[in-house]
Design a protein around this ligand. Sequence first.
Ligand SMILES: [Zn+2]
Length: 215
Amino acid sequence: MKKHDIKHHLSKDLLLAYSTGQLEEGFSLAIATHISMCDQCRAELESLEAMGGAVFENLEPNEIDVDAFAKTLALIDQTPEQAKVKPKATGLPEPLADYVGCDLDDIDWRPIGMGVKQKILVNSEKVSARLLYIPAGTAVPEHSHKGREVTLVLKGAFKDEIDYFGPGDIELADGDTHHTPVASEGEDCICLAVTDAPLKFNKLIHKIAQPFLKI
Ligand SMILES: [Zn+2]
């Protein structure tokens, strides 16, 4: 993966929620993948984990989602040492490679219009995680969010009303964000997008197509 100075990082809140196993599986996947690509957030996570015992003592047992916690631990276990040591034969960071289950080149993409393609990785009632393939110079249809969206660039880059995002950069969006990401010229963009509510597309045609696309 091309070395790029990561400019957009995880928020403290997200790192803390991740380190205590309080995130849904799809969000944990995005966080683990970013951490495998980012020295700065990995160091922050390690210092949070050093304080982890203290955090846990202050939580009521029912505040801990045991299942999510176990999955998070499994993700943490394989980050970052294994991600670094193992050859990246799949072209994907290690936490993600397990979910995709094949090489980047062999993914069975599903077209969602305008040349944009997707591969759904996690589709629970509350959270969905997908890979998006956006051809260079192409826009993802304008949309806004009812809930949170985390987008992590894996390859190429995109630009939206907020900023420019390259490999490893993470964009955090909420219900107030209206944005139209456009893949940069020169290289197709692949990113991981995780949402905790369906995306709202602003044009009628996309609204009609939405139930079929599972967006
Ligand atoms: Zn980071």
